[in-house]
Design a protein around this ligand. Sequence first.
Ligand SMILES: [Fe+2]
Length: 309
Amino acid sequence: MAMTGVLRPGHISLRVLDLEEGINFYRNVLGLVETGRDDQGRVYFKTWDEREHNSVMIRQADSAGIDFFAFKVADTATLDRLDADLNAFGVRTERIPAGEMLATGERVRFEVPSGHLIELYAEKSDIGNGQAYVNPAPWVPDAERGIAPTRMDHCLLYGPDIEKVQEIFEKVLGFYLVEHVVMEDGSTNLGIWLSCSTKAHDIAFVRHPEPGKLHHISFKLDSWEKVLRAADIMSMNRVSIDIGPTRHGVTRGTTIYAFDPSGNRFETFCGGYDTYPDYQAVKWTWDEVGTGIFYHDRKLNERFLSVVS
Ligand SMILES: [Fe+2]
């Protein structure tokens, strides 16, 4: 597909209960690269293979969870157009000036009906992945530490009114529905997996009474073997594993869910399939919801639906 409009997930701001513990986890266990700290007490990270300055920020707070999730858009003209389109659709936006986040241009922030703050931005410094832009080597020796995902890939958010959220993402931001899980009535969605690209999902939502909740932030690995290696590293570091290694029915990814030291669930996954906007959305029925979420167990664990941050 033509890559215009919204390009990809760009950054997440997470709350942690203990900053030093969080820094140690995200740097040494997950294996992100620390790229800066700001005067608000936020610590910035990227994966080793990402080029932009940051994709994950953590800050210390009294409760864990998500502050906001952002998408990169094609250019500043697109940012202005989407800002106007959101307003025309009845979504109030706020402009956050360039530089409020390190190395990051102006952001357009808005709240979706699930209670989450979403941001769009067009500019962020390219600090590279350690490889040259001319005649690069295929990988960088010693770049990978810990689990070492290649990118921050997507998030799954829990909150109410997900059909209104879907409308905003589809009608204004140009996303399309890739997969969905329907409830017992056969029509109301329990969960929606949305893409702005050819990835099986760039963001997903599950219906939940409490607004603004994070189910997981996901990091991509290149192979199933690296998913197994991630599980080894989690065990070595006594990371609390929720489930896996296993496979999702939805999106077909191979996965592990685990928790950071503050209780924010994260995923390390591999796979999923390529998709396009003309593809028919895949539906999972209520009686097969367990299979959709955890393909091997064929049933949900209680934590999947109830534990969020
Ligand atoms: Fe996921």
